[in-house]
Write a protein that binds this ligand. Structure first.
Ligand code: AQP
Length: 332
């Protein structure tokens, strides 16, 4: 019997090693979703080249990203996992969708504005049309739900608008997707600037914790984390640094704010930061162990990705041929 479950799609860029932000906001949810949904996950290397990448580093980061997803709980027997550039339909659908997306819509995307500022010498067309490629990623697989951090919400909403517009113009074709955003940890902030999102491409390595950082590096980064004036561990608007650390600690340990505040009452920030660092080390250590094992067997990793790409191409080819027919492209 065909799988009647709703479908989930999500992707992650191999633009660097995944951060604690990527893990908390997105990747940690991807494994558990397999119990309820038919899941498709992709390492979106085509998105990554919107910012300049060293080819050798991109190649390496692509395999590492796939290995980290597997180590974090994605089971290739249950889910499809593949590298975006191995499924040509993403680029092909992207063109058709581009012809159904407005310049004004793309101009309003906050990520484009942010990344244009950060890459002022390379504001390329791909950076501008990134959300169209992302819509193609999602719509090719008729995903119902897209688990993302809050920074990607606007892009998923644009994907919805594009799907609806296409369906209205050419008759029902795409499932209209919805962002699936968890309440807790949807935006982990930089350890050095609690007003900025934690990002894997941050030039300041102390701003983020990478998922493959050694325990002593993780501890050092938390010890150096920017906190706020006063010495009290309490969530408050005027305490963005401490609040961010409380969010991280709460997710890593399962404790709520009241329990955290009670635990650190009368103790300084020093103790608290050390405890947060240790909680992250405790969660990342077994993942890092599996990650090492997966990377050590490159042939098996390649086999998983080859099979994933084959499955993805089969689904994507069906959607694309339907789209081509609907828009009036001939097929000989
Ligand atoms: N700080 C964050 N907190 C919560 N979720 C986050 N995500 C990213 N940063 C945080 C979520 O991780 C998923 C994958 O992100 P991506 O690789 O597609 O790109 P991004 O959102 O641009 O992430 P980065 O780390 O900031 O990458 P760079 O530095 O290359 O731009 C998404 O679901 C995202 O929401």
């Amino acid at each position: 019997m065909a799988d009647q479950r709703e479908r989930v799609f999500s992707g992650i860029q191999p633009s660097g090693t995944f951060t604690l932000g990527n893990y908390v906001g997105a990747v940690r949810h991807w494994g558990p979703l397999q119990a309820e949904y038919d899941c498709i996950y992709s390492v979106v290397n085509m998105h990554a080249i919107t910012v300049r990448q060293q080819p050798a580093a991109l190649r390496k980061a692509t395999y590492e990203a796939a290995a980290m997803l597997l180590a974090s709980g994605i089971d290739p027997e249950q889910s499809v996992i593949f590298i975006q550039s191995e499924v040509p339909q993403h680029a092909e659908l992207s063109w058709v969708l581009a012809c159904n997306t407005m310049f004004g819509e793309l101009s309003r995307m906050t990520q484009f504005k942010d990344k244009s500022k950060k890459n002022a010498d390379n504001i390329n067309g791909g950076l501008f049309t990134y959300p169209i490629l992302m819509a193609a990623d999602i719509l090719l697989y008729n995903a119902h739900q897209v688990p993302v951090g809050v920074d990607q919400k606007q892009h998923v909403e644009l994907s919805r608008d594009i799907a609806q517009r296409f369906n209205n113009a050419y008759s029902d074709t795409f499932v209209v997707p919805a962002p699936l955003i968890q309440k807790q940890g949807a935006k982990v902030m930089s350890l050095q600037d609690p007003a900025a999102k934690m990002s894997k491409s941050d030039p300041n390595e102390n701003a983020y914790v990478a998922m493959d950082d050694a325990p002593e590096v993780i501890m050092r980064k938390f010890k150096r984390a920017v906190t706020d004036s006063g010495g009290e561990v309490r969530r408050a608007e005027d305490k963005p640094g401490v609040s961010n650390l409380m969010t991280i600690y709460g997710i890593m340990t399962g404790k709520d704010d009241a329990a955290i505040e009670a635990e650190f009452a009368g103790r300084g920030y020093g103790d608290f930061k050390e405890a947060v660092g240790q909680s992250v080390i405790d969660v990342f250590t077994p993942i890092q162990q599996r990650y090492g094992e997966i990377l050590a067997d490159k042939a098996e990793l390649e086999r998983i990705l080859r099979e994933g790409a084959e499955k993805a191409r089969r689904i994507a080819a069906k959607t694309l041929s339907k789209v081509y027919r609907k828009v009036g492209f001939v097929s000989n």
